[in-house]
Design a protein around this ligand. Structure first.
Ligand SMILES: NC(=O)c1ccc[n+]([C@@H]2O[C@H](COP(=O)([O-])OP(=O)(O)OC[C@H]3O[C@@H](n4cnc5c(N)ncnc54)[C@H](OP(=O)(O)O)[C@@H]3O)[C@@H](O)[C@H]2O)c1
Length: 255
């Protein structure tokens, strides 16, 4: 039977690359995001590029609990009888400043999306994984969830929370044979920095000056690898940086 992957934040960056890679390998795809037009375009393109793939798009904000519940309940159970993999990827950094410079809107956006959004989606999908007796939850955390970096405060806190939740989910879901994995990328050039700097593309570009960062396909490859191991094997935690970055602190730019 064809497998299905559900990816949150499928309109851009890692999520979009994951959708294309899994579709290429014959998975059915459910992608979510807030930008309806992008969801539509990606679904249409995947349908054109890959034969025999079922794809459903769900347009909602993961921060909105009612919308999340409604969207997940709209998954077509005939086209997608099982959810084999769920990638909790939707997330963002908003701003980069010392704790006294922080603003409430940015803090809420990060904590509500990266932590509570991940919980909202997981809570709605986990009962199905338990009923199936299998499934794989892959949480996209960050090296920011392993080492705090200057001016990263609340973003780092949100990813530390993802790290803790990943460990907790793995313990709680062991009895149901559900795999839980955390993937922790380092600097990767997506729309992440454009979002962080609120549309300032020059500032975003400067983040990657002087080195070759990861790209979205690198992370998609890692997700595909961890999701396609034998049933008895679970990668718990996978940290990936580009060759010129050691962790949140040390890269070729600041040695
Ligand atoms: N790029 C990096 O350097 C890096 C490093 C480590 C970890 N990460 C993490 O990787 C994940 C993906 O980031 P990316 O680099 O691929 O960034 P991106 O290109 O900006 O993609 C972020 C995705 O998240 C979705 N999203 C954001 N807020 C949402 C919300 N409230 N509700 C629903 N969807 C939402 C966006 O879709 P819509 O705007 O359409 O809703 C978009 O599809 C994030 O969790 C990020 O923290 C990124």
């Amino acid at each position: 039977m064809q497998k299905t992957i559900l990816i949150t934040g499928g309109t851009s960056g890692f999520g979009k690359a994951i959708a294309y890679l899994f579709a290429k390998h014959g998975y059915n795809i459910i992608i979510t995001g807030r930008r309806q037009e992008r969801l539509f375009d990606i679904a249409q393109d995947i349908n054109i590029q890959f034969d025999g793939i079922q794809i459903q798009t769900l347009c909602f904000d993961v921060r909105d609990r009612e919308a999340t519940i409604k969207a997940i309940s709209n998954i077509d159970k005939v086209l997608f009888p099982t959810i084999d993999v769920i990638v909790n990827n939707a997330g963002l950094a908003a701003g980069l400043g010392t704790i006294d410079e922080g603003n409430y809107a940015d803090w809420d956006a990060m904590l509500d999306t990266n932590v509570k959004g991940l919980l909202n989606v997981s809570k709605e999908i986990i009962p199905q994984l338990i009923a199936q007796g299998f499934g794989h939850i892959i949480n996209i955390s960050s090296i920011a969830g392993k080492t705090v970096y200057p001016r990263g405060n609340v973003y780092c806190a949100s990813k530390y929370a993802v790290d803790a939740l990943t460990q907790a989910m793995r313990i709680d879901l062991l009895q149901h044979s559900i795999k839980v994995t955390s993937i922790n990328p380092g600097a990767a050039e997506t729309e992440f920095s454009i979002v962080r700097f609120k549309g300032d593309e020059l500032k975003a570009k400067q983040v990657y000056d002087g080195f070759t960062p990861l790209n979205a396909n690198d992370i998609a490859d890692a997700v595909y690898y961890v999701a396609n191991l034998p049933a008895h094997v679970c990668i718990n935690d996978l940290t990936i940086t580009c060759t010129t970055q050691a962790n949140s602190h040390y890269s070729i730019k600041n040695l």
